[in-house]
Design a binder for this molecule. Structure first.
Ligand code: HEC
Length: 189
């Protein structure tokens, strides 16, 4: 065999080997059942707690749970935390129209949007917490619904805060525990 022919044959063998390795590696491509993913109860997940099963994020809703199911009574505890949260959410979502004091003269109304009724009307003072919750959830007349924007717990907190707004105009001295009445006189005028 001449030197030239020998070189040719070696080159041919190398090409065949490369082709074979390409074909074989094609067979080893991971299919969909074999992906770089974590199994549900795998323990070496790389997360701080080691677990592959992650905690369910807050606010997750079961697919069979009716989205707008609501209790008949306000489940929010009446305390400073609820009022604080309710006020914050109210001032973000409701005050632009209803006004910060709930009288229905928010800045948007001052610029021409239809005025909502005052929360201090006897009819709305007597309305149930559930009515306010439903108005937030489903909207009312020209007011659009807030179900997609305000979480249920925050809707109840807003209702609790609106109750406080209503009370602020209609509280009687008898509503204040006797021991606390002297402090009312200390309040700034
Ligand atoms: C863009 C302006 C706007 C915003 C923001 C808004 N509302 Fe209203 N709301 C209205 C208007 C206007 C009405 C009167 C609707 C009608 O009678 O057609 C109304 C009516 C209401 C009523 C009275 C329902 C009744 O029985 O008469 C309640 C309660 C109420 N809104 C609560 C809220 C709460 C709580 C928020 C915040 C989560 C909110 N609204 C945000 C405009 C608004």
């Amino acid at each position: 065999m001449t030197l030239r022919a020998c070189r040719h044959r070696r080159a041919g063998t190398a090409a065949a080997l490369i082709l074979l390795s390409l074909l074989l590696s094609a067979c080893e491509q991971p299919d969909m059942a074999n992906q770089p993913r974590l199994d549900t109860y795998q323990s070496d997940s790389g997360f701080a707690d080691g677990m592959a099963a992650r905690p369910i994020p807050e606010g997750t809703v079961h697919r069979d749970q009716a989205l707008n199911e609501r209790p008949t009574h306000n489940p929010a505890p009446i305390n400073r935390g609820t009022l604080h949260r309710g006020r914050q959410q109210f001032e973000i979502f409701c005050a632009p129209c209803h006004g910060r004091n709930g009288s229905g003269q928010g800045v948007i109304v001052q610029r021409g949007f239809p005025a909502p009724p005052s929360y201090h009307l006897p009819r709305l003072r007597q309305a149930s917490d559930a009515h306010f919750y439903d108005v937030i959830t489903h909207g009312y007349g020209v007011m659009y619904p807030y179900a997609s924007r305000i979480r249920p717990a925050d809707r109840w907190a807003i209702v609790t805060y609106i109750r406080a707004l209503q009370l602020s105009r209609n509280a009687r001295i008898d509503d204040v525990p006797e021991a606390l009445r002297p402090r009312l006189r200390e309040a700034p005028p």
